[in-house]
Design a protein around this ligand. Sequence first.
Ligand code: FAD
Length: 308
Amino acid sequence: MLRRALLAVSHSAAIRKGITSAPVTRDVVERYVAGDRTEDALAVAARLVGAGLSVTVDHLGEDTLDRAQADAVVGAYAALLAGLTDAGLAKDCEVSVKLTALGLALGADGRAIALENALRICAAAREAGTTVTIDMEDHTTTDVTLEVVAELRRDFADTGAVVQAYLVRTEADCRDLAAAGSRVRLCKGAYNEPSSVAFTDRHEVDRSYVRCLRVLIEGAGKPLIATHDPTLIDIATALLARARRAPDSYEFQMLYGIRPAEQQRLANAGHPMRVYLPYGTDWYGYLVRRLAERPANLTFFARSLVSR
Ligand code: FAD
């Protein structure tokens, strides 16, 4: 209920202003976001890689309103990829990209603009010796995002796709995607979706996640298992062992700042563990989704606001 309510009101300008201008927000942001600048992302990435983890870096932003802004996002990824190369981090750090940040919502030309910009980032990533994963956004963008990923994969076969277990369609999408050479990140899903397309009961979402896990782990591609849920991690570990999956044929993935001890435990146990590391000034949408995921975060946030 709380999750839905927060995601629903998050588009209000007043709520946005209230959250972004509250002094305590900075403390909460720092828990989940590397910092404002490329150098901040590089410094945190270096620390994580030093601890035996790999990273996927996300330049925050999803409300690109014109071509110039989309170009600036491509420029930011180019600078990030150059920085990763110079720091010797590109082998262990890839990038995650949202198509809306690349111009997907720019009217009739949006799809073509986003594809062209994604191709530029994929080329820069290849130059750096690393890969790109295309994040998944709300369900109105699922078809176009999967189509763009398929087009990117013609030239850049290692481009990763993301699927969301809360969508009813996703088990079928997993069957389509679990082919040799694919990289598929499976997450629960973070947007406010209607019951016409999504499971709304969390147990149903978990059961869907397990069905999708089975398809991906028994398939021929590389499953990227993105969850912090202890039960799902246990189930995934058992399924990986049963399928005799070698460590280079899958990854666990978690968000920066969430269950860091568990991230380290999995890495120490020999599982490839990749941390999703966002950075940049446009953190509002990302922060709201993290607050909405866990009522305790909201309580903490509300208490801090009151006690200041
Ligand atoms: P939950 O049931 O939400 O959480 C399980 C446990 O994890 C909780 O009990 C708690 O201990 C801990 N936890 C979870 N969230 C938080 C939090 N915010 N703060 C503190 N503790 C927390 N979603 C998309 O829609 N599109 C994407 O492209 C996408 N990419 C992702 C990439 C990665 C690497 C990861 C890990 C997640 C991604 N997500 C994406 C988010 C995902 O869909 C979920 O919203 C998020 O991961 C929470 O779901 P969960 O599987 O961890 O399970």
